[in-house]
Structures are given as structure tokens and as C-alpha cells.
Design a protein. Structure first.
Length: 239
């Protein structure tokens, strides 16, 4: 089966060794990987991300940078200079501007995280936001477009609105990366705003991030292949 680079598998595993083993199990099926904080914070985690790129894979370093401008600028510079295809920052104007300054001329794509897919409207109200998740995502997509980042991370439920805003802004290349993707019948876990792979793509997502439905499956390769087939079917329907 031909790999689909739009499918990014989240290596949400407890150790670098476990993540390395998973990439071997999925070799030939997956070419795009997300390395999150659990692995990045471990000794050898960043080196592991770099090794994946050396093999010709695309790598998403999910740092979700969120700090004062000087720290974000320095961290974005360090990640971009080290070599990284996608880097996440929180979708706040000051943070995004600092990340752009730090990234400079390096080809690393900056993705702005809008609202975490684990948060519901009730969670946002508890934090102190007056917006619903949908409205807050739209606000942050507009700010991301104004800041000039390469794309956003949003749940599949907001993908259509994000794509529409990007189209209105004349940014057909704008990336809409959707975590919270779950095949039909899969456990939702701690995610609140989810959709199937086909629905996410039909709503305007450019890339899907899938972790547990693949890496926690009894047969990860078969699970990944099933999602790739569903993505291909969705593409044919759109055509």
C-alpha cells in the first residue's frame, strides 16, 4: 500500500525505544510522524526526531511553544536550525510573531494551535473564556492568517470554518491539521471534538494526526492501512 503523507502518526509512547520500534512496525505505510512532549522531553528525544528526518520522513515536533516573545523566538530558531518540517506554537499573536522571527528563512512550517481538542465549551468557560470552542478557533484562525504562519491545528469540527477563512484570505496553501481523528467505533479517550478521517478531510483538513487508534491497536500496521484506505476513498468522493 502506498503511504499517504497527509496521515501523521503521533508517537505518543512512553520511551524513545518504543517509538523507534513503532516506526519499524509501520515502515512503508507511514512516512509522517508527530513527536510530542513526552518523547521530546526524554534524553535522546530530539535526536530521535532528527533521525526520522534523516530517513526521509516528515517530522512534526509538537512543542506547542507558549512563552514570552524572546523565549519563543529563541526556541523556534533552535528547532528550525536543528531541522524540522512542522513546529507547533500556541495561536496567540505575540507568540506567533515571535516564532516567525525565530524561524527566519528556514523551511520549517509553523502551525498555530487554536483550541486543544481535549477542551469542551464547558472547559473553556471554566478557564475563563467567553467564547465557545468554535468561535475561539475562528478568532485564532484569523489571527494566524494575519500573523502569516503556515497553518493551524484545530479539531475536525472546526476544519471547515478554518478552511473557509483561509480561502477568503487568499491562502489556498494554508494548512489545516486536525488531531482528534478517530475511525468509526474507536475509543474517544480524552478527546472532546472528534470526527472520522473521511469527515475531517471532507471538511477541509489538509493533514490528519492519529495516535492511539494506530499505536495502541493490536495490529498497528493494519489499523494504519485501514485509515489510508478511508482517506483514499474520501479523496475519490471529493473528486
Amino acid at each position: 500500500m502506498t503511504a499517504d503523507p497527509r496521515l501523521i502518526v503521533g508517537l505518543d509512547l512512553p520511551s524513545v525505544d518504543a517509538a523507534e520500534a513503532m516506526t519499524e512496525r509501520l515502515d512503508g505505510v507511514i512516512t509522517s510522524w508527530k513527536v510530542g512532549l513526552t518523547l521530546l522531553a526524554r534524553p535522546g528525544g530530539v535526536a530521535f526526531a532528527h533521525r526520522l528526518r534523516e530517513r526521509g520522513c516528515q517530522v512534526f515536533q509538537d512543542w506547542k511553544l507558549h512563552d514570552i516573545g524572546a523565549q519563543v523566538e529563541g526556541a523556534a530558531r533552535a528547532v528550525a536550525e536543528g531541522g524540522c518540517d512542522w513546529l507547533t506554537v500556541h495561536a496567540e499573536p505575540q507568540v506567533m510573531r515571535a516564532a516567525i522571527a525565530g524561524r527566519g528563512d528556514h523551511p520549517t512550517a509553523l502551525l498555530a494551535v487554536t483550541v486543544l481538542t481535549s477542551l469542551s465549551d464547558a472547559d473553556l468557560a471554566e478557564i475563563g473564556y467567553a467564547h465557545t470552542a468554535s468561535d475561539l478557533v475562528a478568532r485564532r484562525v484569523r489571527q494566524a492568517l494575519e500573523a502569516g504562519v503556515d497553518g493551524v491545528v484545530s479539531s475536525p469540527l472546526e476544519a471547515a470554518r478554518a478552511r473557509a477563512l483561509a480561502t477568503e484570505a487568499g491562502r489556498p496553501d494554508f494548512l489545516v491539521v486536525t488531531p482528534g481523528v478517530r475511525p468509526a467505533g474507536a475509543e474517544v479517550g480524552d478527546q472532546q471534538r472528534v470526527a472520522t478521517p473521511a469527515k475531517a478531510l471532507q471538511s477541509g483538513a489538509s493533514h490528519l494526526v492519529v495516535a492511539r487508534p494506530i499505536v495502541a491497536a493490536a495490529d498497528p500496521k493494519a489499523a494504519a492501512e485501514a485509515i489510508v484506505r478511508e482517506m483514499a476513498t474520501a479523496a475519490l468522493r471529493r473528486a
